[in-house]
Design a protein around this ligand. Structure first.
Ligand code: UDP
Length: 244
């Protein structure tokens, strides 16, 4: 997180952000369910300039067998950024950041997935970030939920995700890459709207208790916007006129 000197650039006197958005306006979001023929379920999301593809496989046998659990199914998540997804080529080897994001997405999805319904098996979620522009963990988590639903995995709810943050002393919705670099705080949130439960909450930066509350409120509202688009993606595939 950067300092206050970026204030003038990040938010102008009319409350317009560096990419032309208002403080409570998310980036353009497009979600598509399905698309990968060889996966049991899949989804594609464009969230601003983020472009992410998710494939879900399973429930299927666990190899090696000792990794399985006789009482419950297990969820495995791999978040991977393509070397060409960012302007400075990313090393193809898994980075600490990718391992961390894989873990937080897995933990954010686990409360939603009824793993107890398929003991001894695994559900694999493969996330491929084709283009990254800040907020990939939220976009990936939202797409992963749609891909799991597309695979017919029993779920309590979908997890919708969106970040809020503090930019130029103002709480804003959906922090972009520039705001993430130069802003004061970034709070990715994963939320199950029907159950009103938060499954992911991270905070990079410093907030007062009031700002913290406001950030959660703004972020949860963003998740509700994403949730409608997740449902629309599934409706379009299963009940709409679009072929897939
Ligand atoms: N990023 C990058 N190179 C990397 C990793 C990340 O340019 O090796 C960029 C990318 O645009 C990413 C952003 O930094 O979206 C913010 O990354 P962060 O770790 O905050 O995760 P995210 O916001 O994507 O969930």
């Amino acid at each position: 997180m950067g300092g206050q000197d970026a204030t003038m650039v990040l938010l102008d006197e009319n409350g317009i952000r560096c990419d032309g958005r208002k403080i409570d306006e998310p980036r353009r979001i497009m979600i598509k369910a399905g698309g990968l023929k060889n996966a049991d379920g899949s989804a594609y999301i464009e969230f601003g300039d983020n472009k992410i593809l998710v494939g879900v496989f399973g429930p299927r046998d666990v190899h090696p067998k000792h990794m399985s659990d006789t009482d419950t199914g297990i969820l495995r998540v791999r978040y991977h950024m393509e070397p060409f997804s960012v302007s400075d080529r990313k090393n193809p080897a898994p980075s600490r950041r990718e391992i961390e994001i894989s873990k937080v997405i897995k933990e954010a999805l686990e409360p939603a997935v009824m793993l107890e319904k398929f003991p001894r098996t695994a559900v694999d979620v493969f996330i491929e970030v084709l283009q990254a522009d800040g907020g990939t963990r939220c976009a990936a988590l939202s797409a992963a939920s749609v891909a799991l639903a597309d695979a017919g995995i029993p779920m309590r709810d979908m997890v919708a995700a969106c970040a809020s943050g503090k930019v130029a002393d103002t709480i804003v919705l959906d922090v972009n890459n520039e705001e993430d670099q130069a802003g004061q705080a970034d709070m990715p949130i994963g939320y199950m709207p029907s159950l009103e439960k938060i499954t992911l909450l991270q905070l990079d930066g410093v907030l007062s208790p009031e700002e913290y509350k406001k950030c959660v409120e703004v972020g949860v509202n963003g998740c509700k916007i994403v949730y409608e688009l997740q449902k629309k993606a599934l409706n379009d595939k299963y009940f709409g006129t679009k072929s897939d």
